[in-house]
Design a protein around this ligand. Structure first.
Ligand code: AHR
Length: 825
């Protein structure tokens, strides 16, 4: 039973007005086809063009940047795992029925367009576009099409939206005029039937040659009539957010200097905006551009937070440094972008351009972040240069640094910290900000998510994150801004998992954390109250299979058993091995992924890492005879190895995402090295000892019988039958609380992450009414999640309760977030 004291007379500080916000980055095709509801894929015919300056890898399979980062390309279709069911075509998403089509790279619509589509039609033949895994068409709804085309002769085209069987859902016609320059043609459709897997067909009524310069098909119904997808925007509205961080993320930096986000490329008529390949494996036409982001902020009442590039390409992808004139250009673009948002229409060129683009009043700009996830000396001086220049010109804007630049003596207003980790990390770190220097900069948790371990995107992960958020609320004098990352996932084009909201071309679903954020953000209060928690702790829900890891040559093993049964190798995560009869010899090797993975400074480190057996268990008894050739050799028995489904790979041409990866396989390790044994938790291949090391009676040049008996509470380690070390496992807190109040209400937010109910004793130092409301989020199990079929399986319910008072008991359900709304009496 937990105990909570709420001291309503001890107000700590006011609640931070903008604590909850959104971070949008075009990842998982969440721009075109997502928030920006373009229905035609490859509308500008440029998808199959390699990013500038990059060289092909294996034909059109991949590309390599000048600095050596590699990505899959698949002729512009993106990741290999997106290819299921995709018919091969030279021009991604476009197909023909008896017409001839080819890319035209010279005679394009304008200087910024890299391609056009030249089609030779015979009478009755057609080309068609399959959209982003089908074009969604709904009965009774209207759709607008436009294109720029050049026809060699007058020609009537029929435009058809048809379902999989060929049935016509909507149809209209346009008459092309003979012309030697591009002409814009517009058409609208009204659909008579629904299909989410339709095709857009352009059919010629006679023979003719047409050069298509740019095409677009959009729904007429959009959020507040400003062009963004309505259901997605309404979901975002449901988060009660206060700011929008945009446009990234790593895409701000790009993987080459040509693929950085550049402000001038994202404004003006969309057909004139240059496209570029994003590091999330597809090309964007930048239809969702700077003006659109600002409009999004205005429509949802969000403070804009614009992230600028300060002269580095992505440091995690073999960085390229921008200097001299090009760096000055980037600074100038930052000025221009800020002016576009803030200058009055008559005061400068950018204000005038914004007015010309339909928004005479300034949008405003509250925050600007200088870089994304940049660090090190190359960042520090660039940060200072940009900070000084921008602050002087825009003293009212709040500037955000990527690291603690104040530690190097630089002016620092806000620092953006990012945390991608395990549930335990978020459980453990609810108090991490208690010790932050109150004289130091404010903190923005600009990206956070449970991305490792067995609970990703489910109820358990959401509650661990909720515990962290309560810790943040208890420290919102210093942590003043938060945003989860990433925000959106088109499930047909997943590059990164998990994401706050998943969608396909017609459905939307929030993961459990979506509702956690909604609940937390909707119940803010005005003052944060002092609370004293005597909560519960629990062992981690470890589950997985056992394995062995070694960094040195000269390790052999035989007679491996797992829970009493002979066990074979099941995953070879890194390195090589040979097997002669029963004897396995391990040969550590390098792994390209290790070389490129930024958070693991393991360049050239050699490892061999194997797992044994199939069945994942919470109790593991693993035995083997192991031989170390010399004192320089060592090994780790790795426990609860679990595949981590986070799909992001730093180098997308490395092992497929469904493979177990040495970096993303979460495990615990008993490390045996230099005569000692040490129990370590391991995250992204970094070991953290969790208990004191013990001396071990190791033998060299002969087999030792090693036995490890691991349960959630402890690990017993035996050598030749002798218990040589017991490693106690860590207890993690599983209760969290924060409270705030306004004039009428005390809001108490309580997380119970354990699988047991908790009859919580709550004491208040003021009178409250007996009747109160509890907003409760829970689910059937730790793994409970939402999906399209059951989008609200894990979502809040409001329960009317009785019995609140100065001293009362609240029964917190197992695995629950509870917000008690206590009315002051
Ligand atoms: O949120 C996904 C990515 O994670 C962001 O682009 C980047 O900032 C971080 O590494």
């Amino acid at each position: 039973m937990s105990n909570i004291q709420i001291k309503t007379r001890e107000s700590k500080f006011p609640t931070a007005e903008n604590l909850y916000g959104l971070f949008f980055e075009d990842i998982n095709r969440s721009g075109d086809s997502g928030l920006y509801p373009e229905m035609l894929r490859n509308r500008a015919f440029e998808d199959s063009i390699l990013p500038e300056g990059c060289t092909p890898v294996n034909g059109s399979y991949g590309f390599e940047t000048p600095t050596g980062w590699r990505d899959e390309f698949n002729n512009g279709e993106g990741l290999s795992r997106w290819l299921d069911g995709v018919e091969p075509t030279d021009v991604p998403a476009w197909y023909t029925k008896n017409a001839r089509m080819q890319l035209e790279l010279k005679d394009t619509l304008n200087a910024n367009r890299k391609a056009a589509l030249l089609v030779t039609f015979e009478e009755g033949t057609c080309i068609y576009n399959v959209g982003f895994c089908g074009i969604p068409v709904e009965e009774g709804k209207g759709y607008d099409f436009y294109m720029f085309a050049k026809a060699a002769q007058d020609l009537s085209l029929t435009l058809i939206l048809a379902d999989e069987s060929g049935e016509v859902l909507a149809q209209t016609a346009i008459d092309l005029k003979t012309s030697d320059s591009f002409i814009r043609y517009d058409a609208s459709f009204a659909a008579v039937k629904t299909s989410y897997n339709s095709k857009f067909i352009i059919k010629a009524e006679a023979a003719g040659i047409v050069l298509f310069g740019f095409t677009s098909l959009m729904p007429q119904e959009t959020y507040k009539g400003h062009g963004l997808r309505k259901d997605l925007m309404e979901m975002l509205e449901g988060t009660h957010s206060k700011f929008l961080r945009f446009p990234g993320g790593c895409i701000v930096e790009g993987f080459t200097r040509e693929t950085m986000m550049r402000f001038p490329k994202t404004i003006g008529p969309v057909w004139e905006r240059p496209s570029h390949v994003l590091m999330w494996h597809y090309r964007t036409t930048n239809g969702l551009g700077y003006h659109e982001y600002l409009q999004f902020c205005e429509d949802m009442n969000l403070e804009p937070m614009y992230v600028i590039n300060c002269g580095l390409t992505c440091q995690a992808r073999f960085v390229d440094y921008i200097v001299d004139e090009e760096l000055e250009e980037l600074l100038q673009e930052a000025y221009d972008a800020i002016d576009y948002a803030t200058a009055s229409a008559d005061s400068n060129k950018w204000g005038a351009l914004r007015a010309q683009n339909g928004h005479p009043e300034p949008f405003g700009m509250k925050y600007v972040e200088i870089g994304n996830e940049n660090e090190g000396p190359e960042y520090l001086w660039r940060y200072r240069k940009f900070y000084d220049a921008l602050k002087e010109r825009y003293p009212d804007i709040i500037f955000i640094a990527n690291i603690h630049t104040e530690k190097d003596g630089h002016p620092t207003e806000v620092v953006d910290e990012h945390y991608y980790s395990t549930p335990e990390f978020f459980q453990e770190n609810q108090n991490m900000f208690d010790s932050y220097d109150r004289q130091g900069p404010e903190i923005f948790i600009g990206e956070y998510a449970v991305t490792s371990g067995k609970h990703i995107g489910d109820l358990y992960a959401a509650l661990a994150e909720a515990m962290y958020l309560t810790g943040i609320e208890n420290n919102q004098d210093i942590v003043t801004l938060t945003s989860y990352a990433p925000l959106l996932q088109n499930v047909d084009y997943t590059a990164w998992y998990p994401d706050l909201i998943a969608f396909n071309n017609h459905e939307v679903v929030g993961i459990p954390l979506y509702y956690v954020i909604q609940m937390m953000a909707a119940h803010r209060g005005k003052e944060v109250l002092n609370t004293v928690l005597d909560g519960r702790s629990m062992y981690t829900q470890n589950v997985g299979i056992p394995g062995i890891i070694t960094f040195s040559d000269g390790v052999s093993l035989k007679n491996v058993t797992y829970n009493g049964q002979p066990a074979a190798i099941t995953h070879q995560l890194a390195g090589e091995y040979t097997q002669n009869a029963d004897e396995i010899h391990l040969f550590p090797g390098t792994n390209r992924e290790l070389e490129t993975f930024p958070a693991v400074d393991e360049k050239n480190k050699k490892i061999c890492y194997l797992t044994f057996g199939e069945e994942e268990n919470t109790h593991i008894v693993w035995e083997a005879d192991i031989k170390l050739d010399s004192k320089d050799t060592g090994f780790g028995i790795t426990l609860w190895n679990a595949y981590c489904p986070m799909l992001y790979k730093p180098d997308e041409t490395s092992a497929s995402a469904s493979d177990w990866s040495p970096v993303f396989t979460e495990h615990f390790s008993w490390n045996v090295q230099e005569g000692k044994g040490t129990g370590c938790s391991v995250h992204w291949l970094q070991d953290t000892p969790i208990a004191d090391s013990a001396k071990l009676p190791l033998l060299y040049g002969e087999y030792m019988h090693i036995k490890v008996d691991a349960s959630p509470e402890k690990i017993d380690c035996y050598i030749n039958g002798e218990l040589t070390q017991t490693i106690p496992m860590q207890l993690h807190p599983c209760t969290a609380v924060t409270a705030s109040a306004d004039e009428e209400t005390v809001y108490v937010k309580i997380v119970n992450l354990s699988a047991e109910a908790d009859a919580m004793s709550i004491q208040l130092d003021c009178d409250v009414e007996s009747a109160y409301e509890a907003v409760v989020l829970t689910g059937d199990s730790a793994n409970a999640r939402n999906d399209f079929a059951n989008p609200r399986a894990v979502s809040p319910v409001v329960i009317a309760k009785e019995g609140a008072g100065r001293d009362f008991v609240f029964d917190a359900a197992p695995l629950s977030l509870n917000i008690l709304k206590l009315k002051k009496a």
